[in-house]
Design a protein around this ligand. Sequence first.
Ligand SMILES: [Zn+2]
Length: 270
Amino acid sequence: MRLYDAHNHLQDPRLGPDVSPLVAQAAQEGVVRMVVNGSCEEDWPDVLALARKHAEVIPSFGCHPWYVKERTPHWRDVLTRTLDEVPSAIGEIGLDRWIKDYDLPAQEEVFVWQLRLAAERDLPVSIHCLQAWGRLLELLEANPCPGCGFLLHSYGGPPEMIPALAKLGAYFSLPGCFAHERKERQRETFRHVPPDRLLIETDAPDQLLPDERNRHPLTDPSSGKPINHPANLRAVHDFAAELLGEPVEPLAIRVGENFQRLFGHFLSAP
Ligand SMILES: [Zn+2]
């Protein structure tokens, strides 16, 4: 099986200074490509270095709503210069009203600027959204979106919004953490995602699967807390197949085709 991770953060320091063994284990599980999302100016060089080292890595650069307050006055120049270094996507960007002390006007300004850049360059963009789905839809409708489409990572919005988002070019990615009992609403929403718009992600090192599904237990050495291994992508596919009531092989092929449609058009064939 050839698997495509629509969203992770391989550069996260919790995964350690050398992720080569993790990438090798993911490859053993069938992972051929992974979109690695930078989230602030500080981690963009790390994502770039990973892209230069590992053929599996599709780099993506963006200013995440959690780090909007830390951006420097030059963040736009740094972002465009970084995007020019290697073929890359834009993200992770978005809106978040779940974190405390959020500054929504600043988040919106940063989000819209990056969305428009993605549209200008026709680059796939990865979007994070928590508790701001209505506003996100308004902004997507009021601004140009990239023709190639965009990813709503860990889609947690209402099922009713899916057709309008899909019409604008949205793909929806399912994380393993939706397998937890308490995530029933989010999990059930994925039954409404059009088959040709479904993607699957680990979001490693975050969004752990429930213990019984976690095939690659991993611990953050500095905190002793469990973290998510990128090789768990296969386990997330098993969960998706159960949820949607279809065999995992054809599901993986379809998800791979969807991934290629969104992220493959400007990258070399896997
Ligand atoms: Zn993320």
